[in-house]
Design a protein around this ligand. Structure first.
Ligand SMILES: C[S@@+](CC[C@H](N)C(=O)[O-])C[C@H]1O[C@@H](n2cnc3c(N)ncnc32)[C@H](O)[C@@H]1O
Length: 229
């Protein structure tokens, strides 16, 4: 499948429903690119540990400025990055161009990806899920599973499952800032990610199992690798 096949109809799939438009406006408004710069190295190290094979098809869902997409492409993968914010996709394209990397960047909605079933070997969700309300989170997970090939891996990096009881979150000023900045994080914390993934996989006629997990910074963050069948 060519990259143009993969990205066909992408503009139609980014439907103009009010919630999607609000999310797009929010992410388009600030300059998330400046924040993303701050953890560019960490994102690169995350990708390096995944041992992505040369020639693998990788989908970076909510790619932002391409913090994960670029290092994956440097390693020889065929990478597609999709994000709802056109300005961030523009920055991602520029970043790839400056390095001479060939990456397909699409403006699109994680809840309705414009890619065929079973297209990718790897899908990456790097700090997206906690940004979404429960229904959007589920739609996003269903889509990520749907586009994975059987045997494909889903990599999720997120706030840790015990983040709520972490010392940092028990520090009131920090908790106040985080609660204001991340209105859906509380709901995300209440759910069991593996249970939600099993449910979502079933809904798209697939199965998914947890393969490996690492907790970071005393469990405030987590990385999970799931395998789809
Ligand atoms: C916290 S940032 C993470 C960006 C990137 N993964 C990184 O780590 O640099 C969240 C990203 O999700 C994107 N986003 C939010 N909702 C989305 C949706 N429904 N579909 C696609 N992208 C979305 C935002 O535009 C933003 O780039």
């Amino acid at each position: 499948m060519t990259t143009s096949n993969i990205s066909e109809n992408i503009s139609e799939t980014a439907a103009a429903d009010p919630l999607t438009e609000r999310v797009r406006a929010t992410w388009t408004a600030g300059d998330f690119g400046r924040i993303a710069k701050g953890y560019e190295r960490g994102a690169g190290e995350f990708i390096a540990r995944l041992n992505i094979d040369v020639g693998e098809r990788v989908l970076d869902v909510a790619t932002g400025t391409g913090n994960l997409a670029l290092p994956a492409a440097r390693g020889g993968a065929f990478v597609t990055g999709v994000d709802i914010a056109p300005n961030l996709i523009d920055q991602a394209k520029l970043n790839a161009e400056q390095e001479g990397l060939e990456i397909t960047f699409d403006v699109g909605d994680a809840e309705q990806l414009g890619y065929a079933d079973k297209t990718f070997d790897t899908a990456v969700l790097f700090f997206l899920l906690h940004e979404l309300p429960a229904a959007s989170r589920r739609a996003t997970l269903r889509e990520a599973i749907r586009v994975l090939k059987p045997g494909g891996q889903l990599l999720i990096s997120e706030y840790g499952e015990h983040g709520r009881t972490h010392w940092l979150h028990r520090f009131p000023p920090f908790r106040a800032v985080l609660t204001r900045a991340e209105p859906f994080l509380g709901g995300f914390w209440k759910e069991n990610l593996s249970d939600v993934l099993h449910e979502c996989a079933q809904q798209v006629g697939r199965r998914i199992e947890l393969e490996e997990g690492t907790d970071i910074f005393g469990g405030f963050y987590r990385v999970r690798r799931y395998r789809a069948q």
